[in-house]
Write a protein that binds this ligand. Sequence first.
Ligand code: AGP
Length: 619
Amino acid sequence: MCGIVGYVGHQQAGPILLEGLKRLEYRGYDSAGVALLDGAEDLLVLKKTGSPDRVGALMRQHENAAHTGISHTRWATHGEVTDRNAHPHCSSDGKFAIVHNGVIENYQAIRRFLEGQGYSFVSETDSEALANLIAYHFAKEPEQPGKNRFTESVRKSLLHVDGTYGLAVVCIDRPGEIVGARKGSPLCVGIGQGENMIASDVAAFLNYTRRVVYLDDGQVVTLSPQDYSITTVYDESVAPVERQVEWNIEEADLGAFAHYMEKEIFEQPKALENAMRGRFSDDCSTAKFGGLNVEPRELRQIDRVVFLGQGTAYLACMVAEYFVERYARIPVEVEYSSEFRYRNAPLDKNTLVFVISQSGETLDSLEAMREAMRKGYRTLAITNTVGSTIARENDGGIYQHCGPEISVAATKSFTSQLVLCAMVALFLGRMRDLSYAEGRAISQALRHLPGHVTQVLNLAEHIQKLAAKYAHFEDMIFLGRQDMYPIALEGALKLKEITYIHAEGYQAAEMKHGPIALINERCPSIFLVPRGESLPKMLSNVQEVRARKGPVILITNAPESEVANDAAEDIIRLPDGGHEVLDPVLFTVPVQLFAYYVALARGLPVDKPRNLAKSVTVE
Ligand code: AGP
């Protein structure tokens, strides 16, 4: 939702904070700001709507050698996108500056109380209430031996807060210190030599250190250049667990690509190889996972699997349902995490819960996972972010290893989730009735998938021409059956989120039950038509749309003998991967490319679409 970076150490804070914000811009880009503490008397706060570059321009107008500072890039929750609502926010006594990611649910009550205590407010944000609350406690907190008055003021303030936060605070009376805290929004500490950092995501400080401590909910950290200490919000000391960041910052660089989305689409062959690496059995008849932490005999008893996710991850859950029911013959339920969290679903005791989340920080999915675990269900996660909250709190899980995904639109993370869901289905199926031969056929097909994806990527030029031809439309419909229905939904989501075209995905047979009323020459339809049993019916649906002057793009891996070149205005012919298990991935790549090239044709900010953020850490 928002990105936070803090620095305290022997270097100038300003440039480091700006560099960190640029690395976190995918988390939100409505506005940005920095607070620089230069000595004990000078708290400089610079903030503007728009990109961190605008704050950089402001910084260059101020001589500032500060070695302590915090910064923020915002995705607005409370208060419009204005300079005044940008972070950092200061206490009205001028002593504190805070950057905050999350939602303070009781901020109006806190604000009313503080106004009664003489504190004033200049913004509409919930975060400003926190800044004044900390100032209020600091004014009351005595200096005590062995206690840090600054830390105590933050800690005691948080005891009165309902809601979520990942925050960092500086105090004009405590130069060389930063206090941070987290509850529901990610926060981690980068440990350097004579310098320490705090950030929403390790990408902000990976150029300076690979040593990281991930904070848990309810923890408060105090940083100085030489040291850091962690307690709970109830003042219990915490022994930090230091980890090493596995990936290199270069993986997050754009390289020769025009956008991160383009880079991540074209990285998919490699991402899929990484997802599968070391995860097939020696005889290649099943899959194996190192981190599930569950005994085969327990899995053998499972009689229902629930998949939970939001957005694109939810659509991966929908595909997983087809895979697991087809290959493992286990009933599956798919739910939005946000629904499961509150529905109090009556589930069988032998239910296995999977949470799918690229970021591992989506609060809806994190809370749904916590709810499933509270009810005692074995809860596993498929996530791409090592050290994320979902990764650290689950009963066991599977890392996607597809490298950092920077663009707001999920691409490589989605197809790697699909492959891993196919492998989970294979793994569970081979514990049941899936034969050795069927298992080997699936494994062999999956191992060849990266090569087939490369062949689809070679169609990019053809797809870009189609995108230019269709980029002017304001409505589009995607249609598919069976496991192509979630891919139709994903194609519509990609188009919606980066081109702002009103796009919908439907189950193709459903068209006749209402949506076909939308069809005319101004509303193109994109049909996903794999070879196989649904093909004849899909071709009939295509003709029903064409009979009503609806333009059609037909994506198929069937031969020309089954889908003639005049079956639609435009056809995208995919390679036949030889096994139906590959279809969801192979049909996803063209709809990703189509959305990307339409956004280009419309001159839109592909990686930072309006109103969106990469990781949604509010419910
Ligand atoms: C997809 O392109 C969007 N970025 C969004 O729907 C995303 O999939 C959703 O917010 C879930 O994110 P997660 O996988 O990190 O939990």
